[in-house]
Ligand binder design. Structure first.
Ligand code: C2E
Ligand code: CA
Ligand code: CA
Length: 694
């Protein structure tokens, strides 16, 4: 079991077997806790507890000295209010009984497993905090203290009648709060559990009088609709204005919570929101919200079908569940988006650690139906009260952080920063300003030459869109193209790019007597639209007049994965009209070369990230070479992107790459400079640094 979800507690270990004590220390530290000391007898334990004030004590029942563990615990709890978890030998039935009666906050039986220890600590701390909150707030604002927890909490009077309950109780049991008021607590239990409940109630008050704490028995509970489910009830006596009352924290032990998402068994969006709102009610403690979005999930879903997709979601949810812990609230918000709320005093640190581990865990392949599937996750974190106080803001900020993680390449964790608010604000401003930018003539195209290794001729170029914002200045494409896509302006602007590029190709042909094929980038959204197509563009080309071979399109691999039949038809259309098709950024997506074989494709543009490492990284070198060889076998020609050094160029040439593009030859140039560049290269490649063959 993973425990990264747990806060780090300071713990005193009371154990008289030195070797065992050290082992326990190692375990606890391995779980992220801090061991403040080890005592082998009661007097020493009390002394250390007084000086160090640990959050929790792990207490062996049989220890050296006059006091046994139970007596020591009683003294410490009475004086210092520190919760105690007992550890006891299995053979020692009598003591176990005694420990259960003294109960305190829980016990573990030796030899315990790590997960028993983790669970015992979590429950003890939760109970302790609930009790502490109850004492702090007394009954003046009892409701708000009840709402602070994620679990159902019910307050009963001495006769066992309910006088307060939190909204979590409402949603778990299905009764409105008003209906619960005045009802006996048995209402929430299955019939066979009622006897045990009365015993617990009596014992709890008796122990309270004797200043002993209570155990946490399990019961069979019953929802309003009659459905039974197991719960653990942690009782405690608290003083209210009407005298001693029972505070019952109820933990649902069944896996399937009500209103769960059927695919993953996790809470759904509605339930999640409700719980988050509750958890944020004052006096809410600190909490962190992790918003998780799976990377590449839609590609799996689209290629392998929804059934596999659902199985994958369920598997991913299983891995996430290990991180939630008993206080954590995990939910599927929809699609491949999940949320995890982690309460805790050092929320951010624990949250970041958990998020990092989650990302690692989810990047490991999933075996679904015998297929190994690789996905990944991007996580955004926002905390309360630091970043936000309301559920709406917290979700919004965590989402902004999540987008930041995604746009940084995915597979990572981003913490919300107020600059993201600024950038969200900037996005809104830019998005507004994009409307009318085309009409105001703020767009232009730059052209970057693509150089052939075979003779060094510049026979191709890529058109790259530029936006000069009237007050901010040039805005980079990665900032405004997504905005164009969101606002559907991409269609209008995309058509303009095509017209402009085609016209420029015609101009070059006329002025220089040279054929330079200009390719335009086409976003997935454009390709999916109905009214964009080869026929339309061919008509435009025919009107110029210009041979079809003057233009090409560049699309990314991910486009090939969605709606394959339609994309196949479209690409075929383009190609049959002489419009060359390039696959952009190849190697960064999900597809394999053999998959590409079934599409009509002319060129593969090998992503710059491979080229960057080609001279220094064996992997990049080997991969690039393999891509080139395979591409040729499949009848595609290759273009290396982002070639910046002579060494990279030489290596690519040796590998048999067909074309190169990059700063080594030229940056993208405005139309007039590109024309000058072509004239200078005189049809035989760039003057300054001409690629050679052989
Ligand atoms: P892309 O299609 O991968 O374009 C290549 C990018 O690499 C360009 O960035 C180019 O300036 C840059 N580049 C070229 N050579 C080098 C080099 O040697 N080193 C480095 N570090 N970078 C180099 P740019 O112009 O910023 O464009 C970014 C992206 O914006 C493009 O990536 C493309 O996806 C998108 N984009 C640009 N124009 C359009 C357009 O008209 N329509 C659509 N849908 N997307 C466009
Ligand atoms: Ca491109
Ligand atoms: Ca590219």
């Amino acid at each position: 079991m993973n425990t990264d979800a747990d806060p780090c507690w300071s713990i005193l270990v009371v154990e008289d077997e030195a070797l065992l004590a050290e082992e326990v220390r190692g375990r606890l530290e391995g779980l992220g806790h801090r061991v403040v000391g080890i005592a082998d007898n009661g007097a020493e334990a009390i002394d250390i507890a007084r000086r160090m004030r640990p959050d929790l004590i792990l207490m062996d029942i049989r220890i050296k000295g006059e006091l046994d563990g139970i007596e020591t615990a009683d003294l410490i709890y009475g004086e210092l209010d520190i919760p105690v978890v007992f550890s006891t030998a299995h053979s020692d039935r009598d003591t176990l009984q005694k420990a259960q009666i003294a109960g305190m906050f829980g016990y573990i039986v030796k030899p315990w497993r790590e997960q028993d220890l983790v669970m015992a600590i979590r429950l003890a701390m939760h109970r302790h905090q609930t009790l502490a909150a109850a004492r702090r707030h007394h009954d003046t604002d009892i409701q708000s203290f009840l709402e602070a927890g994620i679990y159902p909490v019910v307050l009963c009077n001495q006769q066992g009648r309910i006088f307060a309950a939190n909204s979590s109780t409402e949603s778990v049991f299905g009764y409105p709060r008003e209906a619960l008021a005045g009802q006996p607590f048995e209402l929430l239990l299955a019939e066979q559990a009622r006897g045990a409940w009365h015993t617990l109630r009596e014992q709890t008050f008796a122990r309270h009088a004797a200043q002993q704490a209570e155990g946490s028995p399990t019961f069979s509970a019953q929802r309003r609709d009659g459905q039974e489910f197991p719960v653990m009830v942690s009782p405690a006596c608290i003083e209210t204005s009407t005298g001693p009352s029972l505070c019952l924290v109820i933990r649902d032990l069944s896996d399937a919570q009500p209103s769960a998402d059927p695919v993953t068994g996790l809470a759904g969006r509605a339930k999640f929101r409700e719980s988050l709102v509750n958890a944020l009610q004052p006096p809410a403690g600190r909490l962190a919200l992790l918003l998780l979005d799976l990377d590449h999930f839609s590609e799996v879903n689209d290629t392998l079908g929804h059934e596999t997709g659902d199985l994958l979601l369920a598997r991913a949810a299983e891995r996430m569940r290990e991180f939630a812990g008993p206080h954590g609230l995990l939910a599927r918000l929809g699609g491949d988006e999940f949320a995890l709320v982690m309460p805790g005093p050092d929320g951010m640190r624990a949250a970041e650690r958990t998020a990092q581990r989650l990302v690692e865990k989810l990047s490991m392949p999933f075996d679904v139906d015998g297929k190994l599937l690789h996905i990944g996750a991007s996580i955004g974190i926002a905390t309360s009260p630091d970043d936000a106080l309301t559920a709406t803001d917290l979700l919004k900020f965590a989402e902004q952080a999540m987008y930041a993680a995604k746009s940084a390449g995915g597979g990572r964790v981003a913490r919300f920063a107020s600059t993201m608010q600024d950038s969200a604000q900037k996005r809104r401003v830019l998005s507004d300003d994009l409307h009318g930018a085309l009409q105001r003539g703020e767009f232009s195209l730059h052209y970057q030459p693509i150089v052939g290794f075979d003779g060094g001729q510049v026979t191709k170029a890529e058109a790259l869109l530029r936006w000069l914002h009237p007050s901010i200045g040039p805005i980079p494409p990665w900032e405004f193209i997504p905005l164009l896509e969101e606002t559907a302006l991409i269609h209008e602007v995309g058509e303009w790019v095509f017209d402009e590029a085609a016209a420029f190709a015609g101009y070059i042909r006329q002025r220089l007597g040279r054929a330079v094929r200009i390719s335009v980038n086409m976003s997935a959204i454009q390709l999916a639209a109905r009214n964009v197509g080869a026929v339309n563009w061919r008509r435009k080309l025919a009107a110029l007049p210009l041979p079809e071979s003057s233009v090409g399109i560049e699309i990314t691999e991910s486009v090939l994965i969605k709606d394959q039949q339609r994309v196949k038809r479209r690409l075929h259309d383009f190609r049959s009209h002489g419009i060359a098709v390039s696959i952009d950024d190849f190697g960064t997506g999900f597809s394999s070369l053999s998959y590409l074989k079934t599409f009509s494709i002319d060129f593969l543009k090998i992503d710059a990230s491979f080229i960057r490492g080609i001279a220094s990284d064996e992997n990049d070198h080997a991969l690039t070479e393999a891509i080139i060889v395979m591409a040729h076998k499949l009848g595609f020609r290759t273009i290396a992107e982002g070639v910046e050094t002579v060494r990279q160029r030489d290596i690519l040439e040796k590998m048999g790459c067909d074309f190169a593009q990059g700063y080594l030859f030229s940056r993208p140039l405005p139309a007039d400079e590109f024309e000058a560049y072509l004239r200078a290269s005189d049809g035989r490649g760039p003057v300054a640094d001409r690629p050679r063959r052989g």
